[in-house]
Design a protein around this ligand. Structure first.
Ligand code: PLP
Length: 436
């Protein structure tokens, strides 16, 4: 029940006076679904409490990082110890080495890694490295994939393959956007045509292997195989953006899943974030030694950061990776996620609501559509007003999912079977109101 004074509303009103839209990242503003964003007071395990003291089962987990749930004791202890030793030095530390060792151990396509502070920075830097290493300018990305807000990545498709990409944000120069070609996800024909037209100009193809920014859409195995083959044929680099999927869909990331299905498969560069920081500002990019040694101070590609490899963030990331590398961790997490999506499917069917769902490890997505979409255009055929009713119905019942139909969801190791059962029952009640 909302108290007579709504503290969320009060804080949102104050925030809007001082912070554009009242938020420091747009999706938090609830613009897609309407209503007042919940201001979080504290979080523990699978829950957070808003400014009114209302508890929610959290399926966002800070948009992915909180794979252990909030406030895991081993992570809290590691962070508390690190704080005692100092906040930031601008000089190297042992923990940076340990974190780099942990990452390259868990993801064999990386021989070297550079730590940065956000996924945006990591993707932007990986692209600069790809351009520097190949001496080419053009990059290829896919509609519906998000790689952070660097200029060259805020681009949508032109009217045809031979036309330039257009900026999706004011402030991005057309001259920058024209170096980015945007293709439909999972479309092998267009991919082949693009390489036919521009093959010798392409520095890299950047892809979310399981796209979590158009809800949850997997790259098909034949599509991924073709991406790899075309990059090889044309001397372009394949950049896997695993900011969301890395250490989330499997211990070895999405690349370990494609690696099991495509013999010898590996990306050239990998971009990481979210889980590797365990909720602290930390991200990374990495790949083979010969490529990574093109970076300053060894090579000509410049990249730097005052807070890169921050000692508290690395402590948090290391403690998180230690937990998720425990035997059986991902099996248990995947089973919990599976029980959520199966439960949701059952109640959607019993209430006569069109529904499709997919999941991998601790990441899931569902659509109010009869079958799983393969690309962004199809994702966007979802009925947003029905999604919004679902979102608010769940929110009123204490279940917090992403406030937009094009975002994935996340289950943590702290979610219990009881939490899942409560969520499924809440969904049943809301689905009953959605029946057409
Ligand atoms: N890449 C992917 C796949 C993401 O999902 C995100 C953020 O959600 C980013 C890059 C950008 O990361 P950050 O928000 O840390 O800059």
């Amino acid at each position: 029940m909302t108290p007579s004074i709504d503290r969320n509303q009060e804080l949102f009103d104050r925030a809007r006076e001082l912070i554009p839209g009242g938020v420091n990242s747009p999706v938090r503003a609830f613009r897609a679904v309407g209503g007042t964003p919940r201001f979080v007071q504290r979080a523990q395990g699978a829950y957070f409490w808003d400014a009114n003291g209302q508890r929610y089962i959290d399926y966002i987990g800070s948009w992915g990082p909180m794979i252990l749930g909030h406030g895991h004791p081993a992570v809290v202890e590691a962070v508390q110890q690190a704080v005692q030793d100092g906040f930031s030095f601008g000089a190297p530390t042992e923990r940076e080495v340990q974190l780099a060792e942990a990452i390259v151990h868990l993801m064999p396509s990386l021989e070297m890694v550079r730590l940065v502070s956000s996924g945006t920075e990591a993707a932007m830097s990986a692209i600069r490295l790809a351009r520097g290493a190949t001496g080419r300018s053009r990059i290829v990305k896919f509609e519906g994939c998000y790689h952070g807000h660097a200029d060259s990545l805020l681009v949508k498709a032109g009217s045809g393959l031979a036309t330039f990409g257009h900026p999706t944000s004011a402030g991005v120069p057309a001259e920058v956007a024209q170096h980015t070609t945007v293709l439909p996800y999972n479309d092998i024909d267009q991919l082949e045509q693009a390489f036919g037209l521009y093959g010798s100009e392409i520095a890299c193809l950047v892809i979310e292997p399981i796209a979590g920014n158009m809800n949850f859409v997997r790259a098909s195995v034949p599509f991924m195989r073709r991406c790899r083959e075309l990059c090889d044929q044309h001397g372009a680099l394949l950049v896997f953006d695993e900011v969301m999927t890395g250490f989330r869909v499997a211990l070895g990331g999405a690349q370990s899943i494609y690696g099991r299905q495509i013999p010898g498969f590996r990306p050239d560069l990998t971009v990481l974030g979210k889980v590797i920081g365990g909720g602290m500002p930390l991200a990374a990019f990495g790949g083979p030694r010969a490529l990574m040694e093109q970076l300053a101070p060894l090579g000509p590609v410049y990249q730097a950061g005052t807070l890169s490899g921050n000692p508290i963030a690395t402590a948090c990331g290391l403690a998180t990776l230690e937990q998720i590398a425990q035997p059986g961790f991902f099996d248990a997490l995947a089973a919990r996620t599976r029980s959520l999506v199966d439960g949701l499917s059952i109640v959607a069917r019993s209430e006569g609501v069109e529904f499709s769902v997919d999941c991998e490890g601790g990441m899931f997505g569902f659509f109010l559509l009869s079958s799983l979409p393969q690309d962004y255009q199809t994702v966007m055929t979802s009925d947003s007003s029905r999604f919004n009713r679902l979102f608010h119905g769940l929110l009123e019942r204490g279940v917090y999912i992403a406030p937009a139909l094009y975002e994935a969801g996340f289950v943590s190791a702290a979610h219990t079977e009881d939490d899942i059962a409560t969520t499924v029952e809440a969904a049943r009640e809301v689905f009953a109101t959605l029946r057409t």
